[in-house]
Design a protein around this ligand. Sequence first.
Ligand SMILES: Nc1ncnc2c1ncn2[C@@H]1O[C@H](COP(=O)(O)OP(=O)(O)OP(=O)(O)O)[C@@H](O)[C@H]1O
Length: 454
Amino acid sequence: MVRVVAIAIEGLTKIFDDGTVAVDNLDLTVASGEFMVLLGPTGCGKSTLLRLVAGLDAPTRGRVTIDGEPVDENTPRHHRIAMVFHDYALYPHLTVAQNIGFPLRAGAHDPPEVAQRIAESARHLGIADLLNRLPAHLSGGQRQKVAMARAIVRRPEVLLLDEPLSNVDAGVRAELRAEIADLADRLEVTTLYVTHDQAEAMTMADRVAVLRKGVLQQAGPPEVVYADPETVFVAAFIGVPRPALLEAAIYADAGSVVLDLGEQALTLPPDDPRTAGLAARHTERVTVALRADALSVVDAPTPGTVTLRGEVRRVENLGHEAIVHLDTGGVGTSDAFSHLELPEPGRLPAPPPDAPPPPLMQRLARLIPHQRTEPPAPTARTPYGFYPVYDGELPGEPLPAGEVAVRVPVAHRPRPGDTLTLAVDLDRLLLFDRAGDRIRIDEHRIEEGLDNYS
Ligand SMILES: Nc1ncnc2c1ncn2[C@@H]1O[C@H](COP(=O)(O)OP(=O)(O)OP(=O)(O)O)[C@@H](O)[C@H]1O
């Protein structure tokens, strides 16, 4: 079934008077009945975006339409939109029933209908037995349910939720997550849900939109943003434990490709399409993202398997499994290079000095011989790989050694100091360029193929 686009956000930009760019040229559509989660770190513009969708603030550029009708500051109480904030904002002197019925007070509803709507909303949230209580006599979870009941009492078509569970106890949060997602589904209401909690995003969303500094990084189903991230930021922001981000240099020679991590290298199998795709990036510096599920402990390297060695630093016993953290001797990608840095409060930082050159310059750069011997002698190795780091890229302080994490059965957990061999699943090996964008090896191969025909 083709879903109708309920919310269309086009070229939306919000620049505050002090110059803060809170939302930056954002395009996003939310289908009718869809549960879309806006996910990102604090200050990335989630709340600002929600307020623009609600018509509470005016955008600097761009527009929002709901079912084709523009939303603007003249329609802040758009009758089809309901919003819930994290602080519940209940009236302390009103009972639960009066709080839920509050949005109907000025409407054209007669008292029996109001009572019926309040009862219906309370039933949806499972709080029908609390109707005569005052908010002070409710738990945090119950208060949030009252706020939700109040939001749905007008039977909105669009529900905007701004971190509604952030003030609720951790224990109740998981339960409420499921209830809210289930409620939105039953009511077939189009929902935009803001959170910085990836567990919330992954468990509740039909699609997750990941924001960084006001810029949309990626929107897609939870399993896609997890397994197929478009930027290093998305890869690093989603997943527990966080993936290891390691500096690497690509070295291609006579059909084989090596991802050099410094103290050790991943030698990719020749004749593999992924190897062919990477060969064109000979000498390029990249970030390798390795999630725990891209790694598995093996007894010893076997032919055809790509392996890493690591020394066990820490073992976290979670009862059902253990997470083993190993030092591979690799170099962790610094914040400045990984594009993971959080915005300074109130202001976006200037673009990093190592912002990528335009594509033509990148191509030309590959043609410029770098200072190295060919083939690289072991002495040419740096902590970053075979090739010396290019000018101006080395930070003053040495970077921490790159740790990777792997899951093992508790019964087979190693001890700190043990050395393990890890097989790397090449299908889950994620590579990113210096701009933080995903290197899609197959696409690159197609591009190269086209080049050959031009
Ligand atoms: N009225 C304002 N004037 C100036 N800057 C503002 C204003 N409101 C928000 N900002 C800034 O805009 C950026 C985005 O803020 P916003 O509240 O949308 O982020 P957020 O992702 O919702 O953060 P959080 O998760 O902490 O609520 C931040 O840098 C914030 O400091």
